[in-house]
Design a protein around this ligand. Structure first.
Ligand code: NAP
Length: 316
């Protein structure tokens, strides 16, 4: 009988930051876990996680955490996955599902794949939901509600295991989609990785300008700049790892972006108002489609004044 409950007796989370803690809260909300055990790099994070109560127990090492777990979720930065997979391989239970939450997928398959033992199901995943906050205190159960989780099961993956993980993410609040790792990386390069690179650069450029005082940058930031600062406040380790591990797709999108920005630069230089107007009209329609798909609010100023809970509207 296929298990359609999305429930697991024992879930091991390796990494207890924004995503790990949010998965734990969401799984608890839906009653999906008999027991959640967590591992993190520092003792401080393990202690905070236990105090907050989103894990039932903590383990000193990832190997210890995965023993007897039916579902193992790697929730650490992407650059750690190869070493983590190597470390846990001898402790995984037969029949367990090993998955991850990494924001890139081709590199994750390359780094984890070789260490997955026979009889263990490896199904990479990426919940496309996040905020600019990190650490165990930043998580919340609603983070994945009505967001997408992309699974990239390898060819020949066990159908029952894929269905079980799909159900798990659905019951955590997500819509689930399937892609190849390569396609995932291309899509995410354009909707998430490139915007982050631009935001980091935009805020860095403003910070470099000596003639604009810091006070003025902050004082007049109630415009496009402010939203860029939110994105540019994202965790530097996580984003370093994303760019190092999705190099080809990001460089491809960056090339296209540079061509388009040159075209806009030319239109401004030559006073070509029609070209600017056409370019800006096209992009307005995309915003409308995002709102129609329920992926953002149509309220003015992104509903900031009305919002009481963390937004969870930043993806990576
Ligand atoms: P985070 O809040 O910074 O948390 C990272 C966690 O990983 C921390 O608990 C950290 O432990 C732990 N860790 C780091 N190195 C480790 C190691 N070698 N062994 C065991 N644990 C280790 O990061 P996050 O935002 O949750 O992101 C985690 C993953 O989710 C990344 O792969 C990222 O690509 C993906 N993701 C992020 C977002 C987002 O918007 N943030 C969205 C979707 C997917 P310490 O606290 O002890 O250092």
């Amino acid at each position: 009988m296929p298990d359609e409950s999305g429930k697991f007796d024992r879930i091991a989370l390796i990494g207890l930051g924004l995503i790990g803690s949010s998965i734990a809260w969401a799984a608890k909300r839906a009653g999906l876990a008999g027991h959640i055990v967590g591992a993190a790099r520092s003792e401080q994070t393990r202690k905070i996680s236990q105090r907050l109560g989103f894990v039932d127990s903590v383990a000193a090492t990832p190997s210890e955490a995965v023993k007897n777990a039916d579902l193992v979720i790697l929730c650490a930065p992407v650059g750690t996955y190869g070493a983590l997979a190597q470390e846990i391989q001898g402790s995984l239970k037969q029949g367990a599902i090993v998955t991850d939450v990494g924001s890139v997928k081709t590199a994750v398959v390359r780094d984890i794949g070789p260490f997955v033992p026979e009889g263990v199901h490896f199904i990479p995943a990426h919940p496309v939901a996040g905020t600019e906050f990190s650490g165990p205190e930043s998580g919340f159960a609603e983070l994945f509600d009505n967001r997408w989780c992309i699974l990239t099961p390898p060819p020949g993956a066990d159908r029952g295991a894929v269905d079980r993980l799909t159900r798990f993410w659905q019951r955590c609040g997500s819509n689930v989609d399937f892609m190849t790792p390569e396609h995932h990386d291309l899509v995410l390069a354009v909707v998430s990785h490139l915007p982050h690179l631009i935001a980091y650069n935009m805020v860095g450029t403003a910070a470099d300008l000596e003639e604009v005082t810091q006070t003025e940058v902050i004082k007049y930031s109630a415009s496009g700049f402010r939203d860029s600062t939110r994105i540019a406040a994202s965790d530097p380790t996580m984003w370093r790892d994303i760019f190092l591990n999705n190099r080809e797709a990001v460089l491809e999108m960056l090339g296209r972006f540079s061509e388009n920005i040159s075209a806009l630069q030319r239109a401004i230089r030559w006073g070509d108002g029609d070209a600017l107007f056409d370019a800006f009209s096209r992009t307005r329609a995309i915003r409308k489609q995002i709102i129609e798909a329920g992926q953002d609010t149509a309220e003015p100023d992104f509903g900031r004044a009305a919002r009481k809970t963390p937004p969870g509207d930043k993806i990576s």
